[in-house]
Write a protein that binds this ligand. Structure first.
Ligand code: LFR
Length: 490
């Protein structure tokens, strides 16, 4: 029988990877062939992405693939959402893209609400209100009278930028466009009213293309640099979370998922955007999926807090891996204190363990002392916040959702998986760990006609990937901790 090879590039806000995938005999196998650190760089004007470093690492991944001597059908790339680069009229990148956690967007939600009401912005974009959205980044540039607005011709989100460098095609991919808070979910086009109200030049935005679009062949200069020849460039769901959700091994839509990485994104697949008052009040997002579906979701701050603790301790001389850190949490005393992981304190980089201790002290709770105690507070609090958001999700979709699929790198954290089952009272099914890359590959295969449909693609995931199941236990203890969380977020 025939077999096909694909290359998936997945950039997250901590690392980037090139993954090799093979589709053969009704099974998909996937393997990491190149990995690199991807961290923002601070200069006097703020935190930036090093786009050229990212690009050379992407090409390094292609070169590894080329050296295997295998014939690749296609390459597809996804990244985190909201960040972007601007091109001048000659197609050159202007400056280094900003990192979404840069403080330039502080106060921008309030600023945007001087121009349009919350309802107006929500019904025109369907997005959640987050300070780091593209809309708020652009608004901060408008208020700063950024000279880039005079010379920029095109806005490309991060994956659009790399798609352009790979294929020469200038376009905005749909799933990632829905993270910008500039796209109208009903028209699938940029919302001119919102852009005009924020003084953002509408000329920067290009026609929106669907996930699963074949953009063309890898450009000759890229093929020459990497040795990768005769390969199609396919735009998958270019938003990493969008790709991850493609790979949820769901049997039907009566389930929820948590895409667990730097962020924990909790949602469900729905047929239409939910632009209700309640969705606005709960600050949920409608993000685009593949084949016309939508992801109704909310971000919880996620393992970012653990990543930041790890970086802090490393800086202070102790370099521990995630397995060691989770082990310490497992051995620590349970239910010492609760934090609201989504408190503004925890969004920005720096001093994370200290900020957690300060938060516990200020809220009159016991202060975790050891690394294990601190991390246990974080993991329990994440599971509690999941319960809160999950409850609202069920309310919005108007049905009982079971199981909860946990996908992505964070699903390797067995302790958090069990906590999630315990706190929500739902069955948790974990895997695939590589959901984003798998989803990326599945859309490449569909685009090339190697797979017939999304249902077929998800059946392939069920046949190919290991899943684990966790059943809930200890409800009473969790109920008590949950009421602490509710007091904290009141
Ligand atoms: C996850 C993610 C989230 C988005 C956040 C910022 O990697 O893409 O979906 O809200 O990063 O872009």
């Amino acid at each position: 029988t025939s077999s096909h090879h694909y290359l998936a590039i997945d950039l997250g806000a901590e690392s980037g990877r090139a993954m090799h995938a093979t589709l053969a005999d009704g099974r998909l196998s996937i393997e990491e062939i190149h990995r690199f650190i991807n961290l923002p760089v601070r200069v006097p004007d703020g935190f930036h992405w090093d786009a050229l470093h990212q690009w050379s690492e992407i090409k390094a991944g292609m070169a590894v693939a080329a050296r295997s001597g295998l014939k690749y059908s296609s390459i597809g790339l996804d990244t985190w959402g909201v960040d972007f680069g601007l091109l001048d009229r000659n197609g050159a990148l202007l400056g280094n893209p900003f990192y979404y956690r840069d403080a330039r967007t502080d106060g921008m939600i309030e600023e945007s609400l001087k121009r349009l009401t919350r309802e107006q912005i929500f019904t025109k974009t369907g997005a959640q209100f987050s300070s780091f959205n593209t809309l708020n980044q652009l608004l901060s540039m408008a208020l700063d009278k950024s000279p880039f607005f005079e010379i920029a011709e095109v806005l490309l989100t991060m994956p659009d930028l790399f798609n352009y460098w790979m294929s020469g095609v200038v376009a905005n991919e749909f799933t990632n466009a829905t993270t910008t808070q500039c796209l109208n979910p009903l028209t699938h086009d940029w919302d001119r009213d919102v852009l005009a109200a924020m003084d953002i030049p509408a000329r920067l935005f290009r026609p929106v293309i669907n996930p699963g679009t074949v953009l063309g062949q890898l450009l000759p200069n890229v093929a020459a640099d990497t040795g990768l020849k005769d390969v199609s460039v396919v735009a998958p769901a270019c938003h990493d979370t969008g790709s991850a959700v493609v790979a949820v091994p769901m049997q039907n839509s009566d389930c929820a998922w948590i895409s667990s990485g730097t962020w924990s994104i909790i949602g469900a697949e729905v047929p239409e955007p939910n632009l209700s008052e309640k969705a606005l009040a709960y600050n949920f997002a409608n993000e685009g999926s593949v084949f016309g579906a939508w992801r109704l979701l909310k971000n919880v701050v996620g393992l970012w807090i653990v990543q930041e603790c790890r970086r802090y301790w490393k800086k202070h001389g102790e370099d521990l891996n995630y397995t060691e850190l989770t082990q310490m949490a497992e051995e620590a005393k349970p239910f010492l204190a609760v934090i609201d992981p989504d408190n503004d304190l925890f969004i920005y980089p720096g001093r994370m363990p200290e900020k957690i201790q300060e938060y516990c002290a200020e809220t009159g709770q016991a202060v975790p002392q050891t690394k294990g105690e601190i991390l246990r507070v974080v993991l329990e609090s994440l599971a509690l916040k999941y319960r809160f958001v999950f409850g609202r999700l069920e309310e919005l979709v108007g049905k009982h959702l079971n199981p909860i699929h946990i996908i992505g790198g964070g699903s390797q954290n067995r302790l958090l998986n069990q906590f999630t089952a315990d706190s929500t009272g739902r069955t948790v099914v974990t895997g695939p760990v590589e959901a984003t890359a798998v989803g990326n590959v599945l859309m490449q295969a569909i685009a090339l006609g190697h797979l017939g449909s999304l249902a077929e693609a998800r059946a392939l995931v069920r046949a190919s990937c290991d899943v684990e199941t966790y059943q809930p236990g200890n409800p009473a203890q969790w109920d008590q901790a949950y009421s602490t969380l509710l007091d904290l977020i009141k």
